[in-house]
Unconditional design. Structure first.
Length: 177
């Protein structure tokens, strides 16, 4: 695994760096090709946060974030969570190819823009390439990164879309006109 390790708000020890590389390299056994990953260690007040993002060869992304009182404990928890995500992803892919049932989707009409009201401010911005994928693939990817929504380019109509999980367990899709 090609791993980039970053430390924010503290000085990382060589032991912690070595342990992180050793533990996260255990994920290589799940993949035939080389994978890349980023590990960001942050200290915020008394909490120690580890965020790991792994890019798979097929364009999928796995992500885990753990907040503990000890970075060594965070590394173990992140590794366990990523291993569960990988197993879940592989199981879903196997079931998907065995079972041709489709996920239920609901089209959501576009809403008119509302007036901007003073309120929360944007504290983080991300830019990334939107890989064309089916709605089913986007739903799998959303579950892998453990987010409530996922932005993707729909391979059926080549439009930017957002898939999200509804309260009743089904999925909804927002798409551009």
């Amino acid at each position: 695994m090609k791993l980039t390790i970053v430390a924010r708000n503290f000085e990382m020890t060589p032991d912690l760096r070595e342990l992180t590389e050793k533990k996260l390299s255990k994920l290589d056994k799940f993949f035939a090709e080389d994978i890349t990953g980023n590990a960001v260690f942050r200290r915020v007040k008394s909490d120690e946060i580890l965020e790991v993002t792994i890019s798979l060869p097929d364009g999928q992304v796995l992500r885990s974030e753990q907040k503990t009182k000890d970075f060594y404990e965070s590394v173990d928890k992140v590794l366990n969570q990523l291993e569960r995500q990988i197993r879940k992803h592989k199981t879903k892919l196997q079931k998907r190819y065995q079972n041709t049932k489709s996920i239920k989707f609901e089209e959501i009409p576009d809403l008119e823009p509302k007036e901007v009201v003073e309120g929360p401010k944007v504290v983080r911005e991300k830019a990334f390439f939107l890989k064309p994928m089916s709605r089913e693939e986007a739903a799998l990817q959303m579950d892998l990164v453990t987010h409530d929504f996922y932005l993707f380019r729909d391979s059926e109509n080549d439009k930017v879309s957002v898939i999200y999980k509804r309260g009743d367990g089904d999925y909804g899709v927002l798409r551009e006109e």
